[in-house]
Design a binder for this molecule. Structure first.
Ligand SMILES: Nc1nc2c(c(=O)[nH]1)N[C@H]1C(S)=C(S)[C@@H](COP(=O)(O)O)O[C@H]1N2
Ligand SMILES: [Mo]
Length: 400
């Protein structure tokens, strides 16, 4: 029963591209699954410029990349990149004069506000990293965790340019003693009458991760960071889940404790199904090794196919990836395509195949530089975070 439902969910999504139709209802509990939503739901205003054929609009605040739109060139174009907003985004005014945007830096010896214009003079670095929502793959869990039922497309691989956090820290005299977290606050306006702590996007990460790898970015894929993706200034924490990449950042504070905002204290915490979120549970920080096939996804007439997909190691580099066409009974090593964009990037891969007429269950399994192998099944957790199991990420393809 559970297995059937999982296959249905997968097939509805895979078959969705270019198909007109209503919202599908699947599964014993009749949950709504917006597989055809790109036709029914218009693109949200903030991303009206995205390619409607390459994305699935789940809600006003959640837009997913179509699995079949993920290409083989390694970088996700901005018009295909997923969108995830926890709060309504700020208006156009934030990007009217990008260089004038101010970020307040606290918890350093000489705390002060710095404009984007000034940051551009301090230093510059470019990094490629996977940006992935913690809930990417939630739709593959069987326990119907609440939230957007993302499949594989709440992830992309982007090139970011900005100033390293460590450079800003040096400029401002170093971090105050005892500050073991970097806490960043998003620039959305919090509605009046609401306790800001309940909704503000404020995330803390270990200070070592911030000093080693984080940047404050103003450029994405060679363009000023689009407002939808955090422009004029965004925190980028390579190897960490998307929630830590705070958009339109207005404050970066080095703090002794993690933020007491709900999104840090109890939100984005991994715990067993049915258990409330609490600060002592693991936070959605480092990503783990993962891969999935992006082609073929549907039935094909000839078995002569280039099976391709993307693989990444999360906090580590990806070392290798294997492909199976028989649901994981046998595996063959795939070849990486194109340039290696570094430890935090994903790499497209390919396995040429000549498949006889028949039915195939095609999936991939990546290994990171530390020898960690992508898991077969991800055990359920309450909010449906951190999905990476290769068995459910498989696609069923009929040849002939
Ligand atoms: N200020 C702010 N930053 C934010 C969010 C937000 O709602 N506001 N959402 C977070 C989440 S949950 C994710 S997955 C990513 C999504 O980034 P994207 O919309 O650019 O794809 O941004 C993160 N940073
Ligand atoms: Mo997210």
């Amino acid at each position: 029963m559970m297995q059937t439902q999982r296959i249905h969910r997968r097939h509805f999504l895979v078959g969705a591209a270019g198909t007109a139709g209503a919202v599908a209802t699947v599964g014993a509990t009749g949950i709504s699954f917006p597989a055809f939503a790109q036709d029914a739901t218009p693109l949200p205003d903030v991303v009206s410029w995205k390619d409607p054929d390459a994305v699935i609009v789940h809600t006003e605040n959640t837009v997913e990349t179509e699995r079949g739109a993920i290409g083989t060139s390694g970088i996700t174009s901005s018009d295909q990149l997923y969108l995830r907003n926890n709060l309504p985004p700020p208006g156009e005014e934030v990007v009217a004069n990008r260089d004038a945007w101010e970020v307040s830096i606290e918890g350093v010896r000489n705390p002060r506000s710095i404009t984007v214009g000034e940051l551009k003079g301090l230093g510059i670095e470019t990094v490629a990293t996977v940006l992935q929502c913690s809930g990417n793959g939630r739709g593959y869990f069987d326990h119907e965790a609440s939230g957007t039922q993302w499949m594989v497309g709440a992830a992309g691989n982007l090139l970011w340019s900005g100033v390293p956090v460590r450079t800003i820290v040096e400029e401002l005299g170093g971090i105050e003693d005892g500050r073991v977290f970097m806490t960043s606050t998003g620039g959305e306006t919090v509605p009046q009458g609401v306790d800001p702590k309940t909704i503000v996007v404020e995330r803390s990460i270990p200070v070592e991760a911030a000093m080693e790898n984080a940047i404050l970015a103003w450029e994405m894929n060679g363009e000023p960071v689009p407002r939808a993706h955090g422009g004029p200034l965004r925190v980028v924490v390579p190897g960490y889940y998307g929630i830590n990449h705070v958009k339109y950042v207005k404050k970066v504070a080095f703090t002794e404790t993690e933020s007491d905002a709900a999104i840090q204290r109890t939100g984005y915490r991994v715990r067993p199904v049915g258990v409330e979120g609490a600060p002592d549970q693991p936070s959605m920080w480092e990503m783990k090794v993962k891969s999935w096939v992006t082609h073929p996804l549907m039935d094909v007439e000839t078995g002569r196919v280039q099976i391709h997909g993307v693989a990444f190691g999360g906090i580590n580099a990806v070392k290798s990836v294997e492909v199976s066409t028989d649901g994981g009974q046998t595996w063959q090593e795939a070849r990486f395509l194109g340039p290696d964009l570094g430890r935090f990037a994903w790499r497209p891969f390919v396995l040429p195949a000549d498949l006889q007429p028949g039915t195939y269950v095609i999936t991939s399994r990546a290994t990171d530089s530390e020898g960690r192998v992508q898991e077969e099944v991800t055990e359920p957790n309450h909010r449906g975070y951190d999905y990476s199991g290769w068995r459910a990420l498989a696609v069923d393809v009929t040849v002939g």
